[in-house]
Structures are given as C-alpha cells and as structure tokens.
Design a protein around this ligand. Structure first.
Ligand code: SAH
Length: 268
C-alpha cells in the first residue's frame, strides 16, 4: 500500500492494514442492503472498502484531511452509494443529521476519541439517529469505558457511556495491525442506544458536570465536592440517601444519574 503523505500525528492517523481484522470489524455491523452506514475518519478507505462490499444503501465517509478526502473521492469514484464528506466530525455532529438507523464505524483518531464518544452520547434527541456504534479505542481508554464501579478504571467515561448506551467489548487489536505502528494496542467496542431510559435528564450536560466535579478528586471523600455542587442542601442528601464519606469510584452508575437528577431539579 502506498501512502500519499507522512501520516499526520495531529489527526491521529494510524491506518488499519490488517485485512483479517478489517473483515472481523465489518461483520459486527451486520450490514444489510437497506442500511445507511457512516464511517468517522475514513483515511485511505481500507475499512470503507469492506463496507462497500456489503452493499448498503448509503455510506457517509467523513474525513477531515482534505488530501485524503480527495484521494477517497478518486478511489471510490465508481461507487454510487458513497458520499465523501470533508469535514471535522465534531462540527458535523452539531448539524441536524437527516438520516436514521445509521450504523457507525470508526477507527477513531486517538487524540479526540473520547470527545467523539461524548458528543454521540450527549445528543439532544434520544433515541438518536444511529442504531449502533462500532468504535475502536486505545486499549486503556476502552478499559475505562467498560469499567465497573469499585475499580481503579471506573470514572466519568464509564458513567457517561452506561447512562445511555449498552456497551459491548469485542476484541483487542495488536498495534502491529496499523501503519504507522502506535505505541499501544487497541480494543473494539460497540454501543447500542438504550431505548427506554428511566433516568432521563432534561440536559445531559448536567451529568457531565456532576461527574467532572465529583471525580476531580478520586482519592478523597466526595463530601467537599458534593457540598460544592449543592451548597450543603440537606434535603438532597436525604433524598439521595447517600454516604458522603465514600470516594467517587465507590458510587454506582445509578447514584451518579440520581445526583444529576437532583441537581437538575434545583438548578435546571
Ligand atoms: N479508518 C481508517 C483511518 C483511521 S486513522 C483506517 O482504519 O485505516 C483516523 C482517521 O481520522 C484519519 O484519516 C484522520 O485524518 C481522520 N480524522 C482525524 N480527526 C478527524 C475529525 N475530527 N473528523 C473526521 N476525521 C478525522
């Protein structure tokens, strides 16, 4: 395989070059003919090629790098069902996406992978425009996403992801499957939107805020940070029946969602 340029570190360009892994990832998408697929960061189109071979209705290939997007346009000029979009995904997601039931793939640029995931969780409209996300992360990041309470990996990422998404781990991918070879291995996860969310919030950013503040001091009791959020409001502490001498990683996902709800009741 030939490369046009020196891969850009700033855009997290590590291209997947292992055919076997590409096929395994595509399979997880269960792509059928009437489906719409989106790929975040299509690069040289290695994964895109595999998606095209499944013949979905439409493919949106998002690529921020201008040169690569032109390369993709040339490479796939005969495929009628593909739209190559030369945009930053983090901007694109702010626009109203017109399609629904989309299957999303992404071998995400490492430097913004958690930001991309957060933006897909924080959408106003829920259930969202996608049916499933099949995303690759650095292994350490994936471990934090799937972490359970009372482990050292448990944190904001796990709380936010599990709030609205059903998360599944598929497999690890060796760093040798990429060019240029990154320093660490990767993990493939998939996410399905929870349709019924009993702990709904008017403004998802409240959950972002309370997890940010409560996890700002992982080793300490939540006491101080909790009071910072609620100005020592006794009713809230009673409503939540919460032990303020616990450390944030000892709280369950549900407790965080309930705290966010109380916060929302008071401060909107
Ligand atoms: N999917 C390809 C490329 C993965 S590398 C493969 O598996 O080989 C990540 C790709 O995301 C790069 O092509 C990079 O240019 C692109 N990218 C980086 N930041 C982006 C952003 N904000 N929006 C869209 N694409 C981005």
């Amino acid at each position: 395989m030939k490369f046009l340029n020196i891969p850009k570190k700033s855009l997290g360009q590590n291209f997947l070059i292992d055919k076997n892994i590409i096929n395994k990832i595509i399979k997880i998408g269960n792509i059928s003919k009437n489906k719409t697929v989106m790929e975040i960061g299509a690069g040289y189109g290695n994964l895109t090629q595999g998606i095209i071979s499944m013949k979905p209705k439409t493919i949106y290939a998002i690529e921020k790098d201008k040169k690569l997007s032109l390369f993709l346009k040339k490479k796939f000029k005969d495929a009628e069902n593909i739209k190559i979009i030369n945009k930053d995904f983090l901007n694109l997601i702010k626009e109203n996406f017109i399609d629904s039931n989309v299957i999303v793939f992404g071998n995400l640029p490492y430097n913004i992978s958690t930001q991309i995931l957060a933006s897909l969780i924080m959408l106003k409209k829920w259930p969202p425009w996608y049916d499933v996300l099949i995303l690759m992360f650095q292994k350490e990041v994936a471990d934090r996403i799937i972490a359970k309470t009372r482990t050292k990996e448990f944190g904001r990422l796990s709380v936010l992801s599990n709030w609205r998404l059903e998360v599944q781990k598929h497999f690890d991918i060796s760093k040798n499957c990429f060019y240029p070879k990154p320093k660490i291995n990767s993990t493939l996860l998939s996410f399905k939107p929870k349709k019924i969310n009993l702990l709904n919030l008017k403004n998802p950013h409240n959950l972002e805020k309370i997890t940010r503040i409560l996890f700002s001091n992982r080793r300490k009791m939540i006491n101080k940070n909790f009071n910072k959020l609620f100005n020592k409001n006794k009713t809230v502490i009673k409503n939540l029946n919460i032990d303020l001498s616990k450390r944030p990683e000892e709280l369950s996902n549900e407790t965080f969602y309930k705290i966010a709800r109380e916060y929302e009741k008071l401060f909107g």
